[in-house]
Design a protein around this ligand. Structure first.
Ligand SMILES: [Zn+2]
Length: 124
């Protein structure tokens, strides 16, 4: 699985790409600044079910076109949503490793995130 975030030598995020295509959805406003959403930035909300059965929401950034496609006639299947969610979990894990988080804690957090299951795409 490829990472959709780029980092500079000092570990700062420099660029965030869409998960569906190579469009940059957030970029550093100036060298060493924070990343800011570009005009292509959109959000997609997925309804999730927690391991205890409670519903929650997972919001993920995508480009405007891919977000539109997600909401178009071909409603994404649970498998597609699961893949999208897995990408976010994997990116979270990469960021945690990069941030030198305790490996035991990373494993626990990832297990907690993986226990959540996507249910359906939420309308805006
Ligand atoms: Zn896209």
């Amino acid at each position: 699985m490829t990472e959709y975030m780029s980092f500079d030598d000092e570990g700062r995020c420099t660029e965030v790409r869409c998960k569906g295509c190579p469009t940059v959805i957030a970029a550093q406003a100036f060298p060493k600044g924070n990343v800011r959403p570009t005009q292509s930035y959109a959000e997609v909300a997925i309804e999730m079910v927690e391991s205890n059965g409670l519903l929650s929401k997972h919001i993920t950034g995508m480009c405007v076109d891919c977000a539109k496609m997600m909401h178009a006639e071909s409603i994404p299947s649970v498998t597609e949503l699961a893949l999208l969610y897995a990408t976010d979990v994997e990116q979270w894990r990469c960021n945690a490793v990069r941030g030198k988080m305790d490996p035991t804690e990373i494993t626990m957090c990832v297990a907690r995130q993986e226990a959540r299951r996507p249910v359906r795409l939420l309308e805006d």
